[in-house]
Design a protein around this ligand. Sequence first.
Ligand code: NOJ
Length: 571
Amino acid sequence: MTTYEPRIDGGVSDDERAWWKEAVVYQIYPRSFADSNGDGFGDLPGLINRLDYVSSLGADVIWLNPVYDSPQRDNGYDISDYQAIHDEYGTMADWEDLLSEIHAHDMKLVMDLVVNHTSIDHEWFQKSRQGDPEYEDYYIWREGDGDGPPNNWQSFFGGSAWTYDEEREAYYLHLYDTSQPDLNWENEAVRQDVFDTIEWWLEKGIDGFRMDVINLLSKADGLPDGDPDSEWVGSEHFIDGPRMEEYLEAMDEQVLSNYDVMTVGEMPQLGVDEAKSYTGTDGPLDMAFHFQHTKLDYAENQRWAIGEWDLQELKEITDRWQNGLAEEGWNAIYWENHDQPRVVSRYGDPVNYRRESAKLLGTFSLTLSGTPYIYQGQELGMTNSPWTSIADMRDIDAINHAKALLETDDYDEYTDIQDTISYRSRDNARTPMQWSPSENAGFTEGEPWIQLNPNYDTVNVGDAEDDPDSVLNYYRRLLDLRDSHDVLVYGDYCDLLPNHESVYTYTRTLDTNEGTERLLVVLNFFGDETTVEVPVEFETATLLLSNYDRDDDDPTTVTLAPYEARVYDLG
Ligand code: NOJ
């Protein structure tokens, strides 16, 4: 067990301090990070070779997407063996090297925990479908309702959440793909097996878990039909279900609390009140990912429809979470992950102001209260790719959706739906990491499992390293700033102009034994120059960071260039 050395003096009580609050997390999607053996698929030895890079960013923790054995129908979120490494990634010995190398680089490793469902290839499911008495209740099996499935619940990836299994002659529930059956958490033996698995990994020395769709574990008694008009039909009966807290508290009590690890729950449809109870003082988790800010560009609340996004709404959401968890609970701050399109292509301008907007969006993430997560390539300002045919896509979700649309009478061919599919596909996040302008961006010497973003000749690590003004080097400055300013970790947040249409400006304030630390952040979220009066009082002000070349220290009346970001120290 590591002992925690508090790094600041005063202002924050021992109870409030934690290493995971002071950390910046870098997320690695291993199949697209670095390939060492030319099979076109990223692997653990490739990742080990790139740890110097990750550490040079100033990251403290790596969150690694699933590397467990899996048929890879949902890229590893369909696990067939929780205690083995998928062979395309390498061996358990490679994984052990990875862990010790990460620790040697003074970083920590957080693994993905996917226990709402397994793969149909998992031994538990195989035995369950055969009716093996020990495993028959490991999954959620039901008779159909007449000729149809037991209820109207939908899979997140489209279609019914039930599949009929010929062998068992019953339906099984899968809230994701048909190859991802939901575990039956009502069964105590399932819970115990999962807790044992968690302990097994913790004993190997990992530093925490990112918990996949963890607020879906408990399903309502009787599995009633859901509101047919809701965004995800049935979700009121399987999100934050009746036994959720009991399950997570047991997990915490029996295993997690015996280790000094961090836990972050991925929680669809999470609201502030639930987040408080999951992550507050007595809550079982340290922090949780919510999705509210990732839906700003939905039209009419539909994921597969693109709408104009609105800064006011981003402010309302951010204020709600920053203020809502100020006293109790902790935020997980992110723009991107392996499920989200690239943020510059959503809330920035990938064509005219790629660099500036990437830096602006990074400044926002790294100056809020909560633990920041950076997804691989975000620090380069990577953008969405042009997906010109379904054959180029690999994301089961986007492919299912595209096929379903083409089966309707509304669309004839892919070009009719290309704008939406190519904007929203999770493949945008999954194109290979762009290491250099050379062939395949230095990701692989073979045929990559998914096509590269064609802009790798200009957007890549090699060129960014050589350019002091690159997005990469700006991110390094942001991480330095966070590391050297306790106020960015523990300070209070205050939105100064909640109604301004294009500028977002806020302060972070912390009282310490040496006095009050206060930083001011001023962000122009759009592509027009704008002048803003910032309503803030101060004695001295110093400009600490900007994504433009500036030397003006006065933050009272500021003229901001397109996508300009500034951070001031208010003395
Ligand atoms: C959320 C994961 O982030 C996503 O990639 C996956 O498809 C689903 N959960 C199902 O595990």
